[in-house]
Design a protein around this ligand. Structure first.
Ligand SMILES: [Zn+2]
Length: 279
């Protein structure tokens, strides 16, 4: 019998070893929308690889309590020539404000990092829930930028902390966000886990929490593959003998149909998968 297993899309879901990540993921916290609020920064410089070619994102935190993303944005817009600093975005528990087109570099972490990375500032908040929401917004912004620029998510390479930039290139001394994270019992590795989860879910489902009615991930607990069936014009289910799909593969589905109490999801013109195989 000719038998082929199709669909080897493999999805890695990171189980982040962090209570805060668990809180974010289990509560399906929904990040804010990214608002483009182009600011006053008037230095239009490309990255070392050119305009529109950042190599990743630097994670910052503002090191100042009780100042919102909007307040920081207003301050930077008024004072950047004097402060000699500007970033691409400010994020707090309610808002993601993108204030400079990320195709162009800003002044956030020294010349080397500035020539390579998008720079985002996390604002300090005062409650556990607000901290979780601010991380969700920050991780969503970072994952979205990696995807926008076709970059892989490689912790320490395409996502770095300002501390890592300082310690690598010695052009700044800032160690953010290490201390602020530690106040909440959090660290950069855990944040990278959250970013990876969001990145994978966004790529697969277009949603940080992996919720999308048009995408189905399938798994057969009793075998290495998931069977496909046909549904004929008399609404009868017909087994497909020579094709199946791989366990944990992910499929776009455009239709569903119920036959004898079982719901089937269409994954190609004449092929359906019983929803009982939904992973
Ligand atoms: Zn910083």
């Amino acid at each position: 019998m000719l038998f082929s297993i199709i669909g080897l899309t493999h999805i890695t879901t990171v189980k982040a070893d962090s209570k805060i990540n668990d809180y974010i993921i289990s509560n399906k916290i929904k990040p804010a929308a990214i608002q483009n609020q182009e600011g006053t920064f008037s230095e239009w410089t490309g990255y070392r690889n050119g305009v529109g070619h950042p190599e990743g994102v630097v994670v910052h935190e503002t090191s100042e309590a009780n100042v919102t993303a909007q307040q920081f944005t207003d301050r930077f817009n008024a004072n950047w020539p004097k402060l000699e600093t500007y970033v691409h975005a400010f994020v707090d528990d309610n808002k993601i404000l993108n204030i400079h087109n990320t195709d162009y570099a800003v002044w956030g972490a020294g010349p080397t990092a500035n020539a390579r990375y998008v720079q985002v500032e996390l604002c300090r908040v005062n409650s556990y829930d607000a901290f979780a929401r601010s991380l969700s917004n920050d991780a969503y912004y970072i994952a979205s930028k990696l995807i926008q620029y076709n970059l892989p998510d490689v912790p320490g390479q395409t996502v770095i902390s300002h501390a890592q930039a300082s310690n690598t290139w010695h052009e700044t001394t800032h160690q953010d966000p290490v201390y602020y994270f530690s106040i909440w019992g959090y660290n950069m590795d855990q944040f990278n886990d959250l970013i990876k989860t969001y990145y994978n879910n966004l790529k697969t489902y277009g949603d940080v929490n992996g919720q999308n009615d048009h995408v189905i991930k399938v798994h057969n607990a009793h075998g290495d593959f998931v069977p496909l069936v046909g549904i004929n014009t008399d609404n009868q289910v017909v087994p497909i003998e020579n094709r199946a799909v791989a366990n944990d593969s992910v499929w776009y589905t455009d239709q569903s149909k119920t036959v004898d109490g079982v719901t089937y999801r269409r994954v190609s013109t004449h092929e359906w998968i019983a929803e009982t195989y939904k992973a």
